[in-house]
Design a protein around this ligand. Structure first.
Ligand code: PEP
Ligand code: MN
Length: 354
């Protein structure tokens, strides 16, 4: 159920409606929009008696949301969600969603301070606003590199202050979630954990943006239901990420499903990024698919970059070289205006990478 407030409803009226909903034993989710506030109701098994709510002052109407995902749906919030990150010292603020494309770049895993700083310098110089790097790695093999854990988080905290890059890193379980939340600007939940409902609920209790990657074989509805788990706990800052799905095709690691972008945008207000690295698994395919993703209308790109990919401890074959990243930025900057987007490249800092 959804309570649509009148456009001139006061904060007190909105609060009174929320209180009323909570007194009925349900959860109220006020979602302010440009025109009016809507209040999502969750926690109800069947229909909520709308009569009393409709009588409360400031209420325009009470409507039923027919989709299984509610808070993630456009029925509840018509306008696109824009997630805002304040300025970091002399580095300008950033957004995910809205007109500006968000670029998240960095290695698959943080392998050492030197490796992470070298790559961060390149991607900052080229204009990325976000740095990615795995501290906790969900690996298919228990014998593969599992990540440096806390040490990697500390390295990324230093990268944040040195380069003004916001940090995106993955939490793989409830234990790592607490630490990741302390250090990261955006908590990543990986494809393999998209339906780890306990992890989703814990992330929903935090007040930090969550980047949710599409599961290896998740449908659109399953993907949005996972976002709904996070939002139902009160964390509305969810960023979706298409990263390819399993198909019969064997020319690529996964099949990047760009057709999900317009399909998601039709039914959901949440921003969606595209990861052409895991989506293809092949360095040479990353740039063409990044171009296509921007042309499709996504809100940004998440990409793996490594200065020595042949030595990378994970995902070397799909990591692009810094020079290829610069080219990607140049090309998507040219494509962006065609789809009414722009690519802010931040303050270019003078660094040795140059
Ligand atoms: C990653 O981003 O490094 C990663 C493990 O991605 P995914 O969860 O999409 O496989
Ligand atoms: Mn990876």
């Amino acid at each position: 159920m959804l309570v649509v407030m009148k456009s001139h409803a006061t904060p007190e009226q909105i609060q009174a409606v929320c209180d009323h909903i909570e007194q009925l034993g349900f959860r109220a989710h006020p979602l302010p929009g440009a025109q009016r506030t809507a209040i999502g109701i969750t926690g109800n098994q069947g229909e909520v008696d709308r009569g009393n709510i409709e009588e409360l002052s400031g209420v325009a109407e009470v409507i039923r949301v027919s989709k299984p995902y509610k808070l993630a749906s456009r029925d509840v919030k018509e306008e696109d969600t824009i997630i805002r990150f304040p300025a970091l010292g002399s580095h300008p603020g950033a957004t995910i969603g809205g007109r500006d494309l968000a670029i998240v770049a960095g290695p698959c895993s943080i392998e050492s301070r030197d490796q992470a700083f070298a790559i961060a310098e390149y991607v900052a110089q080229a204009g990325a606003q976000f740095f990615r790097g795995g501290a906790y790695k969900p690996r298919t093999s228990p014998y593969a590199f599992q990540g440096l854990g806390l040490e990697a988080l500390r390295i990324m905290a230093d990268i944040r202050s040195r380069f003004g890059l916001r940090i995106v890193t993955e939490a793989i379980d409830n234990e790592s979630l607490e630490l990741v939340a302390e250090y990261a600007d955006v908590i990543q939940i990986g494809a393999r954990n998209m339906q780890n409902f306990s992890l989703l609920k814990h992330a929903g209790k935090l007040r930090k943006p969550v980047l949710l990657k599409r599961g290896l074989s998740a449908t659109l509805e399953e993907f949005l239901m996972s976002a709904e788990y996070i939002m139902s706990e009160g964390n509305y800052e969810v960023i979706l990420c298409e990263r390819g799905v399993r198909t019969f095709a064997d020319h690529a690691r996964n099949t990047l499903d760009l057709s999900i972008i317009p399909a998601i945008q039709r039914v959901s207000h949440l921003p969606i990024l595209v990861d052409p690295s895991h989506g293809t698994g092949k360095r040479d395919s990353v740039l063409p698919m990044a171009r296509a993703a921007v042309a499709t209308g996504c809100d940004g790109i998440l990409v793996e970059v490594h200065h020595q990919p042949e030595k990378a401890l994970s995902d070397g074959p799909q990591s692009i070289y810094p020079a290829q990243f610069v080219r990607m930025m140049d090309e998507i900057q040219q494509i962006a205006p065609i789809v009414a987007r722009s690519l802010p490249r931040g303050i270019r800092i003078e660094t040795a990478a140059g």
